[in-house]
Design a protein around this ligand. Structure first.
Ligand code: ZN
Length: 139
């Protein structure tokens, strides 16, 4: 069995951002040379997510509106977590709702997606470098 590991780094300018990383991950699958296997992509920070959904601008705004309704960033003192001096209580909750990782099958050297599936990095507390792990295993 072969194994391939790479770390992506994101440093968004805004607090919240949704970045389509499908092409980047697809290139890593090609680089790995693995034809049949599994590709894990996970956020390595507890205020960011990796998830799969549609690359449609209205839906991205819908996700953001939904998350802000459920766990608004402000007022920051509404979160007990922020009593530690942080201001990202909302970001921890958003991350848990949107998930930590995705696993995609590799078939014939390509990510084996369902219709419209795209891999996204969801940032909920941006403005600093954050890592995403891509681990590919197979033959
Ligand atoms: Zn925190």
């Amino acid at each position: 069995m072969k194994s391939f590991t790479e770390y992506l780094v994101f440093n968004t300018k805004t607090r919240r951002e949704y970045i389509n990383i499908t092409d980047t991950v697809e290139k890593l699958v090609k680089k790995s040379g693995i034809q049949e296997g599994l590709c894990l992509v996970n956020a390595m920070h507890i205020t960011a997510s990796v998830y799969i959904n549609d690359a449609e601008s209205g839906l991205l705004q819908d996700f953001d509106d939904f998350l802000e309704r459920l766990a608004p960033h402000a007022p920051v003192l509404n979160y007990r977590h922020n009593r530690t001096g942080e201001d990202n209580g909302d970001a921890h909750i958003k991350r848990t709702i949107m998930g930590r990782e995705v696993v995609v099958a590799i078939t014939g050297g390509k990510l084996d997606f369902g219709p419209w599936e795209q891999i996204y990095y969801g940032e909920f507390d941006g403005g600093r470098p954050k890592r995403v792990l891509v681990k590919i295993i197979g033959e």
